[in-house]
Ligand binder design. Structure first.
Ligand code: OTU
Length: 651
């Protein structure tokens, strides 16, 4: 037995009596289940906590508090959730999951009005719904809910936390999982902890990263990236903070009203864990871990993607697993592709957004060439077993051209010039661009800039409708379906930003809301258009009707071919045309061959037998009676071709 194992055992043995006391109201059976789970993970918890906080004189107390926090949450865990805890998260790899995301207010109004979406979500095969942060926020700007004042209360106008709890429970009964955010990097500057910090109250005076002098700030500043340059540098001078100098500099990576938490202080981790477990006991199946790269700061580094950020997530994951073993963390890391995938690990965040495939989908549409996309799918989507991508074409955030410079150079592309082109293209400033987006958070010093815009507007629907150009409208719908086909069939679990399925375009009136005016991401967060949904449902021949029907077909395809999608391997194929992406997915003798044209011109690609080796005849996925003739395949602009064959089709 090495010393870690021995110390872990000793610590947890010592803790046993205290834990027992906290589990007072639990049955012997539940108690045993808790101790079994704790024992399974005790060494891991000890090891992780020790690496982070082992140097502290109060390490034994830290460990004790972490475990007691988990014990308390276990005794609070409602019965209806306990049954599923033993099942794990089979949905992660079952090939059937489809996610949707929405703001409660902008989509439905209030928590109780979410019920009205039931039929719609079912018709899209949605298995999981991520509700954008519904928590209490400060008055004034709140970063779309990412400035959290309290996890235990909802933003005014949405309803009560109990109503949210009932909604989650009802969804659970309908077989749908609800996902909520943990914004672990920061809180709003009026969170209870921040208010106490302002008053200089221990232990909260050490919850945030505060500096007394500008000189101290200068020691960090040169190494840091500005994430929201419009908001200024990542420190804010707060005169309302108590202190010997009548004010303090407070670290705020994002907006100045979002104060970064100080995880060097284990009390922060303990406090955040308690909030996370509160959400766990509301019944969420996954927690979206916002801004994972930023969790740990160390002088002389960029303070992004540091090893300790991973340790914190792993420690949080282990402790949550002791309480609710089936809960999955979703990593939100929008950084270099190597760093993005480093967070997606079975023992850390088993699920991760894939911002690379997202950005390259738009890159391929703009250039009409799939080489970057094909390269990334082939070389950058591998993950360790037990982890999974969340694949999407649009979210509530901006699009950053986050491909790796080295990948671009290898393909003979100058990354800087290419990013500049893509930005110009999507900002609509290139002569033949169909896109209508806007530049977001331009950094004049580094030249970095991202893009805002609704998927339909970026795909050309807005300009086409404005011009009353039927052909352009048709092209835009096909672009959107091509992009969604990729999200639904390439790798991982697809995610729809609700509104995209009915082609909702930019909300150019976002600035009428004073707190949204300076953040053009609100352009692509429009209020849901229920009338348009009704129309699109009634008439599947209208542009949005076709889009909606197309996405429903993709959803059905996933259910029909779940075994294939449950196998995480993708084989990217050489199609013989630079504008057409091809790949094969297969499992147990069943195969899917997918072709997606990213060019507006007609194209011809290799015959099926030349595209993919193997026996048997390919059939149209939507019409199994129709065998595909083995000759070069002709596609119109943005057309997709989906074929299948299985061992049983082999004659
Ligand atoms: C996230 O995004 C959220 O998705 C945003 O909506 C929030 O504004 C932000 O955090 C602050 O809470 O920069 O442009 O590497 O880049 O966390 C979006 C991850 C963002 C960050 C990402 C951030």
């Amino acid at each position: 037995m090495d010393w870690i194992t021995a110390s872990a055992r000793e610590s947890f043995d010592r803790l046993q009596a205290k834990i027992e006391a906290d589990l007072g109201s639990m049955s012997a059976k539940r108690r045993r289940a808790f101790f079994d789970r704790l024992e399974d993970r005790s060494e891991e918890i000890f090891r992780l906590a020790h690496r982070l906080y082992g140097w502290r004189w109060d390490f034994a107390w830290v460990l004790e508090e972490l475990v007691l926090t988990a014990a308390r949450a276990t005794s609070d865990r409602p019965k209806w959730l306990r049954r599923g805890d033993a099942d794990g998260a089979a949905w992660l790899h079952d090939g059937r999951s489809i996610w949707a995301m929405a703001y409660i207010d902008r989509f439905a109004g209030t928590v109780s009005e979410l019920e009205r979406a039931e039929g719609h979500l079912s018709s899209l095969g949605i298995t999981h719904v991520h509700l954008m942060p519904p928590y209490a926020v400060p008055d004034g700007p709140d970063d779309g809910g990412y400035a959290v004042s309290s996890y235990r209360q909802l933003r005014s106008g949405l309803g009560s936390i109990d109503e949210l709890g009932s909604y989650i429970k009802n969804q659970h009964q309908l077989g749908r999982g609800v996902v909520l955010d943990v914004v672990a990097n920061h809180t709003a500057d009026n969170h209870r902890w921040a208010e106490a910090a302002k008053r200089g109250e221990p232990p909260f005076d050490e919850f945030y990263l505060m500096f007394d002098t500008r000189e101290e700030v200068e020691e960090w500043l040169p190494d840091l990236r500005m994430i929201f340059p419009d908001a200024g540098e990542p420190f804010v001078w707060r005169t309302d903070v108590a202190g010997p100098y009548g004010g303090k500099w407070v670290w705020s990576t994002f907006f100045d009203f979002q104060w970064d938490l100080n995880y060097q202080n284990p009390q922060v981790l303990i406090a955040m864990l308690s909030e996370m477990l509160f959400l766990a006991n509301l019944g969420v199946v996954a927690l979206r871990m916002d801004a994972t790269p930023f969790l740990w700061k160390a002088k002389g580094t960029t303070c992004e993607n540091l090893p300790e950020a991973h340790l914190i997530l792993k420690l949080m994951a282990s402790l949550v697993a002791v309480v609710a073993p089936s809960i999955v963390f979703l990593s939100e890391a929008i950084v270099h592709p190597d760093e993005v995938s480093a967070f997606v690990r079975p023992d850390e965040c088993p699920l991760g957004y894939n911002p690379l495939i997202m950005a390259l989908t738009w890159e391929a549409l703009a250039t009409g060439e799939v080489r970057m996309l094909a390269d990334a799918l082939a070389n950058r989507t591998g993950l360790p077993p037990g982890s999974q991508w969340l694949t999407y074409i649009r979210s509530h955030d901006d699009i950053g051209w986050g491909f790796a410079d080295e990948d671009a150079w290898r393909l003979g592309i100058d990354p800087g010039a290419h990013r500049a082109f893509l930005t110009e293209f999507y900002a609509g400033s290139v002569a033949d661009s169909w896109a209508r987006g806007a530049r977001f958070q331009e950094n004049p010093i580094t030249g970095d800039v991202r893009i805002s815009g609704a998927s339909a507007s970026l795909a050309g629907l807005e300009t086409a409708i404005e011009a009353g150009d039927g052909e352009a409208i048709d092209l835009a719908v096909r672009r959107l379906l091509a992009a969604q086909t990729l999200a639904f069939t390439s790798v991982g679990i697809p995610l729809i930003f609700l509104g995209d399925e009915i082609g909702m375009t930019n909300d150019h009136r976002y600035g009428e809301e004073p707190t949204h005016r300076t953040d053009n991401r609100w352009m692509h967060r429009p209020r849901y258009d229920w009338a348009r949904l009704a129309e699109s449902n009634l008439d599947p021949t209208t542009p949005t009707g076709r889009l909606l029907a197309g996405i429903r077909r993709l959803a059905k395809l996933r259910t029909d071919h779940a075994p294939v999608f449950s196998n995480d391997v993708i084989e990217v194929l050489e199609t013989g045309h630079p504008g057409v992406l091809g790949y094969r997915r297969s499992a147990d003798g069943s195969e899917l061959l997918i072709l997606i044209s990213f060019t507006r011109e007609p194209s011809e690609v290799l015959a099926p037998s030349a595209l993919a080796s193997g026996e048997g005849t390919w059939c149209d996925v939507h019409d199994l009676a129709r065998p595909i003739v083995d000759e070069p395949i002709e596609l119109c602009g943005y057309q997709t071709a989906l074929m299948t064959r299985s061992a049983s089709h082999v004659r």
